[in-house]
Design a protein around this ligand. Structure first.
Ligand SMILES: [Zn+2]
Length: 273
């Protein structure tokens, strides 16, 4: 599932390919926009807000898309074969003279007035990679519901925008607490470091093809995806369990030694350490 850094990279790729270019063809393969034609309009810019993509087009229009679990925008040079998936998964095509952007499997695709962008991104908390980043506000949002498990609070894009399940797990490891720790129980000194730590991870990865949090080659992540292999720090077997974010369960990894706080017991009951 894309994290904020992946969406930021996608926005930059689309911006580099299309910004300033006049569209020679558009093709929306969703019933609602089947008749929309953006040919002749210039693409102004493409930005990410959290995990949302906003493609701004001459005439006060914004194409809003979201990648959710496996959506993708691919850019192809004119005349090259499109390789992002089978044709029936294509939702949108934006073609300029030299470059064509093709949106695959986009679960959210919406054309709106640029003046109305707040309707689709106005609910987001401060964006870790955005111009509105505000660490104090992000922390206040996270701590507003003290009983909420830290992992859930980190995924809630209304608190701060850009963290997905991978960074959720890695951040909890770096903070030394489990994703099930109520945010109100996070020691103040660690809570204070959280916004900068989160921003640091996303910034370090936004120009990188392979996501890494450890700084060790070949061992890119501390806990995510490692169960039941040993923790990079203490060699205890990394565990995995589902943690809901209100919409779905997500595989959540942690080290039972390096991370303090409640965690699911092997048979599904929560316990405190
Ligand atoms: Zn460990």
């Amino acid at each position: 599932m894309p994290e904020g850094d992946t969406v930021w990279q996608t926005a930059r790729r689309l911006h580099d390919a299309l910004a300033g270019e006049v569209l020679i063809r558009s093709d929306f393969r969703v019933p609602r926009y089947a008749t929309v034609d953006l040919a002749g309009r210039r693409v102004l810019d493409v930005v990410s807000r959290g995990k949302h993509l906003l493609t701004r087009i001459e005439g006060g229009l914004t194409l809003h898309s979201h990648l959710r679990m496996d959506g993708a925008w691919k850019v192809f040079a004119a005349g090259r074969r499109w390789s992002g998936g089978p044709a029936h998964q294509i939702r949108a095509v934006l073609a300029a003279a030299d470059r064509t952007a093709v949106g695959y499997r986009l679960p959210v695709l919406e054309l709106l007035r640029t003046a109305d962008e707040h309707r689709v991104v106005g609910h987001l908390g401060p964006d870790l990679l955005g111009p509105d980043w505000d660490p104090a506000q992000a922390l206040a949002n996270l701590l507003a519901d003290p009983a909420r498990p830290l992992g859930e609070a980190l995924l809630d894009q209304r608190n701060l925008a850009g963290i997905g399940n991978v960074y959720k797990c890695e951040l909890c490891f770096l903070l030394g607490v489990t994703p099930w720790l109520p945010v109100g129980d996070l020691p103040a000194e660690r809570a204070g470091k959280l916004p900068a730590l989160a921003k640091g991870l996303l910034e370090a990865n936004r120009d990188r093809p392979v996501r890494a949090t450890t700084g060790r080659r070949g061992q890119d992540l501390f806990v995510y995806g490692r169960a039941p292999r040993p923790c990079l720090r203490c060699h205890t077997s990394v565990r995995v369990a589902d943690q809901g974010d209100g919409s779905r369960e997500r595989p959540t990894y942690w080290c039972p030694v390096c991370q303090r706080g409640p965690a699911p017991a092997p048979h599904g009951r929560s316990r405190a350490r």
